[in-house]
Design a protein around this ligand. Structure first.
Ligand code: F6R
Length: 241
C-alpha cells in the first residue's frame, strides 16, 4: 500500500486523475470501478479536463459503480446514477450503455445483486477501482461489523454513515437506510485500487489503514491484502500518519 500525500485536495485529485488516465492510455477498453461522494469529485473534474484536451478517450471504456441507495431511481438527484451522469458521464464520450450502477429499485434486490456480480464477472476484471472511505472505515457500503460479505448485497447503513451523508439531503430522515453495494470480493479482485481521502474526519480511518491490523471492524484495513493500492491524501486526511 502506497501513501501519497498532497498539500491540497486539488493536487490529490489531479494525481488520482493521472493514475486513471495512465490506465486508459494503456488500455482503451479498460473497465473502471467507480465511486461517488465528495472524495472523487475533484478527480472526475480533472478527468473531464484531460478528455477535453484530447488526452484520454472513453469511447470503449466500461464502468461499474460500487453502490446505489435502495429506493432511489436514477432520476433522483441524490441517486448515485444521477451523480455519475452529472459529475462524469455527461461530459465525456463514454457510451452510457457501458456504464453500470447497481439497481436500487429492483423488484427483487437479491436477484439484482446476483446479476450485478455476473455482469462484473462477464467484463473480465476491473482494471482500476476508485474508492473513497467512510469516517468509520467503510469502503463501498461495506460497513464495519463482525463479518464482511464477498458478493454484492443489500447493506444496512450505519447511523454514522447516515449522519455523514445527510449533508447531501434536505434532512437526515431522507437519507435511505439501505444500499446495494459491491462486496469486498469484487473490490479486492480489481487489478489496481486508488483510494482518495480528504479532510480531518477521514484521518482516523486513514491511520487504521496505515497500521498493522486487518479487521472487519474497519473494512478498509482489508485493502492491505491487495498488492496494488495507492492511497491519495490531502494534508488533513494524512494528519494522524
Ligand atoms: C460511494 C461510496 C462510499 C464513499 C464514502 C466516502 O460510492 O462507496 O464508500 O466513498 O462514504 O464518502 P465521501 O467521499 O462523500 O466522504
Amino acid at each position: 500500500m502506497e501513501f501519497k500525500i498532497f498539500d491540497t485536495y486539488e493536487e490529490a485529485s489531479k494525481y488520482s486523475a493521472d493514475l486513471v488516465a495512465d490506465v486508459l492510455k494503456e488500455k482503451k477498453d479498460a473497465v473502471l470501478g467507480l465511486a461517488t461522494g465528495s472524495s472523487p469529485e475533484g478527480m472526475y473534474k480533472e478527468l473531464i479536463a484531460l478528455y477535453k484536451k484530447g488526452e484520454i478517450d472513453f469511447s470503449e471504456v466500461k464502468s461499474v459503480n460500487l453502490d446505489e441507495y435502495v429506493g432511489l431511481d436514477g432520476s433522483h438527484h441524490q441517486s448515485y446514477r444521477y451523480f455519475m451522469d452529472v459529475n462524469l458521464f455527461n461530459h465525456v464520450n463514454i457510451d452510457k450503455k457501458n456504464t453500470h450502477v447497481p439497481n436500487g429499485i429492483a423488484e427483487d434486490l437479491l436477484e439484482g445483486a446476483k446479476a450485478y456480480d455476473e455482469l462484473i464477472d462477464s467484463m473480465g476484471s476491473v482494471d482500476v477501482q476508485v474508492l473513497g472511505i467512510g469516517p468509520n472505515g467503510h469502503i463501498g457500503f461495506n460497513e464495519p461489523g463482525e463479518e464482511l460479505l464477498v458478493h454484492t448485497h443489500v447493506a444496512d447503513l450505519k447511523e454514522e454513515t447516515i449522519e455523514a451523508n445527510a449533508r447531501f439531503f434536505e434532512s437526515k430522515e431522507e437519507v435511505p437506510t439501505k444500499a446495494v453495494t459491491m462486496g469486498v470480493g469484487a473490490i479486492l479482485k480489481s487489478k489496481k485500487i486508488i483510494l482518495i481521502a480528504s479532510g480531518k474526519n477521514k484521518a482516523w480511518a486513514v491511520q487504521q489503514m496505515a497500521s498493522d491490523v486487518i479487521t472487519t471492524k474497519i473494512p478498509a484495513t482489508l485493502l492491505k491484502l491487495h498488492p496494488n493500492v495507492t492511497v491519495v491524501l490531502d494534508q488533513e486526511a494524512a494528519s494522524l500518519l
